[in-house]
Design a protein around this ligand. Sequence first.
Ligand code: DX5
Ligand code: ZN
Length: 226
Amino acid sequence: MNLSAAKIKIAPSILAADEFRLGEEISRIENAADYLHIDIMDGHFVPNLSYSPETVRDIRPHSNLIFDVHLMVDDKILLSCIDSFAEAGADIITVHAEAADDLKRIAEKIHSLGIKAGVSIKPHTPVSEIEDYIKFFDLVLLMTVEPGFGGQKYMDDVNLKIRRVREIAESIGRDIDVEVDGGITAENVHIPVSAGANVIVSGSAVFHAENPAEAIEKMRKCGYGV
Ligand code: DX5
Ligand code: ZN
């Protein structure tokens, strides 16, 4: 058993939930999940659109989960999105390195709003792009699919990047969250966990299951390697 697996957190992505019944969908995972992963897409940084700050504000009073907001938005609207999603109730805001020209300033900005800061890279962006900035963040989100859509296949090439980020975190003495996002199921969750990931985003495998809470527990056990 990988010891880091003893601490894995599951972050269901509401992108895969039935939006007609969004409240009900969230209440089904409320006691089983750790984070609620909320994908924000601007139709430009990624070819899809998703939620506005109003959606987050409306959900906020109904859930005690940690709101893990993943901003897939362009540099032009990045700062205003940080403000509006923080105000709407995010607990963690993650930005894409590909969309930010000054990651240190972005981390400071997010922290100044009293919440945690994450930095994300797409599958083909090397870890070297963020290596010097990891120390400013609480979380690194490694995309294991091309961002934009749920239901894609996990890209095994990212495993080495997970290892590298965990090594960097250890070398600078930071117990940061190493989060993985895309194509993760109970069947393959042991792969990113054994590489050093401790936060698992999962959309389809949780919300398309007959019993999402059971699917989360199964994923947690599989991540532990039992
Ligand atoms: C993709 C999103 C993911 C997605 C994961 O851009 O960031 O959070 O919803 O969904 P699954 O688990 O279905 O790959
Ligand atoms: Zn995401």
